[in-house]
Ligand binder design. Structure first.
Ligand code: AP5
Ligand code: ZN
Length: 213
């Protein structure tokens, strides 16, 4: 049982994927988190991804697909996973369906969290992320109990390098050009469920749980 979360940068994929994973017991696979983890540890993969990420461009398909293939092969994915940030291109979507065939799994639902561009910039400029666990907060819409500190593990909160307005604009452009064709792809496959991502976080969660039930 694999669920693909689609939506522009800042739509709330990471916020929601974390809750959905807790509530369903499925693994949470965030391609962006895996890249950031590699960057922090200065692995070869991290060094390769760094330039693309800082420019707001996509990391090349072959590298990204190999990384996700390895992640999907781990035991915690045997019942399925919530995919957050992958696939992001038609080639990645094709690779995903081939990989899942091998694992005897399939995509059962593709919630598309839609949010207009003007809202995205405000969301990303107020986002704070935990250095330890990757949990995301917003200074206005979802503040931590104590400023600068993660509720769950006391980790330090930081602002992502790629959340500066110019890079956000680039990421939105890349999303429109390379990722948005997947909306039609999954609609035609009968898997797409569109959800209004401008609603409060809890309401989006409620509708997502309904969509994947
Ligand atoms: P990635 O980390 O995946 O970034 P993204 O897709 O741009 O998504 P974000 O993490 O920015 O946003 P989100 O939708 O998760 O929103 P969030 O929940 O945080 O990718 C980063 C980079 O890695 C890419 O640019 C690329 O270089 C590379 N990469 C990753 N995957 C790749 C792939 N498959 N192929 C190639 N390259 C890849 O929410 C945002 C903010 O809004 C938060 O502050 C949150 O608290 C707040 N918020 C959330 N929901 C609401 C709500 N309903 N109301 C009010 N505020 C809300
Ligand atoms: Zn944390």
């Amino acid at each position: 049982r694999f669920i693909v979360l689609l939506g522009p940068p800042g739509a709330g994929k990471g916020t929601q994927a974390q809750v959905l994973a807790e509530k369903t017991g499925l693994a949470h696979i965030s391609s962006g988190d895996i890249f950031r983890e590699n960057l922090k540890n200065q692995t070869e993969l991290g060094k390769l991804a760094q330039g693309y990420m800082n420019r707001g461009e996509l990391v090349p398909d072959d590298v990204t697909i190999a990384m996700i293939r390895e992640r999907l092969s781990r035991p915690d994915c045997k019942n399925g996973a919530i995919l957050d940030g992958f696939p992001r291109t038609p080639a990645q979507a094709e690779a995903l369906s081939a990989m899942l065939k091998e694992l005897d799994g399939k995509v059962v639902s593709v919630p598309y969290i839609s949010v207009p561009a003007e809202v995205l910039i405000e969301r990303l400029s107020g986002r704070w992320t935990c250095r330890t666990c990757g949990k995301v907060y917003h200074s206005v819409y979802n503040p931590p109990k104590k400023a600068g500190v993660c509720d769950d593990d006391g980790g330090e909160l930081y602002q992502r390098e790629d959340d500066q307005p110019a890079t956000v604009e680039k990421r939105i452009k890349v999303y429109l050009e390379q990722t948005s064709p997947l909306i039609e792809h999954y609609r035609q496959a009968g898997l797409l469920v569109e959800i209004d991502g401008t609603q409060p976080i809890e309401e989006v969660t409620r509708q997502l749980l309904e969509a994947i039930a």
